[in-house]
Design a binder for this molecule. Sequence first.
Ligand SMILES: CC(C)(COP(=O)(O)OP(=O)(O)OC[C@H]1O[C@@H](n2cnc3c(N)ncnc32)[C@H](O)[C@@H]1OP(=O)(O)O)[C@@H](O)C(=O)NCCC(=O)NCCS
Length: 143
Amino acid sequence: MTVPALAFAAPGTAVGEAGPVELAAATAEPAAEEGRARVSGKLAAGSTVLASAVRDGVVLCSGQYNPVGDVVEVVGVGTLPSARRQGLALGVTAALVAEARTRGARTVFLSAGDEAVARVYARIGFRRVATALIAEPPADPAG
Ligand SMILES: CC(C)(COP(=O)(O)OP(=O)(O)OC[C@H]1O[C@@H](n2cnc3c(N)ncnc32)[C@H](O)[C@@H]1OP(=O)(O)O)[C@@H](O)C(=O)NCCC(=O)NCCS
């Protein structure tokens, strides 16, 4: 869970600084332990499925899917900034989709935050069906 946290802290698809050293430091944080316990519970319950790309014992990219009946949402795909642009997200997402379909999923969907991210998913066959918008309350001027 620490890899997606570091990945989402550096949005976009560009290669960045954070890599295995930063991952080791973040993994040692108490919050990371809580995250691992939470995901372990979901994996054991079958409410999520996780795939990772690992090199030399270091997780460089991971993602999950959450099934509800025969519908699956792929979530939390993230690649460590220093390991980007090597095809890892493509591979992890393809593995998630293959596993979901093997387990009987008929609809697999995900949301891409921007055009560059959407391109990665288009390469493995995802097609755009809609645009989702997020509404937020205005910033509190006093706050
Ligand atoms: C989006 C994200 C998961 C992509 O991860 P990634 O492992 O770098 O993805 P890929 O390597 O499969 O593809 C990224 C680019 O590298 C290119 N690439 C892949 N293998 C390559 C190689 N061997 N040599 C050169 N370029 C390569 C791809 O063609 C793609 O290029 P494009 O940007 O021109 O389309 C990653 O940037 C990330 O974690 N971003 C922040 C979190 C996020 O937004 N996640 C998505 C949630 S919806």
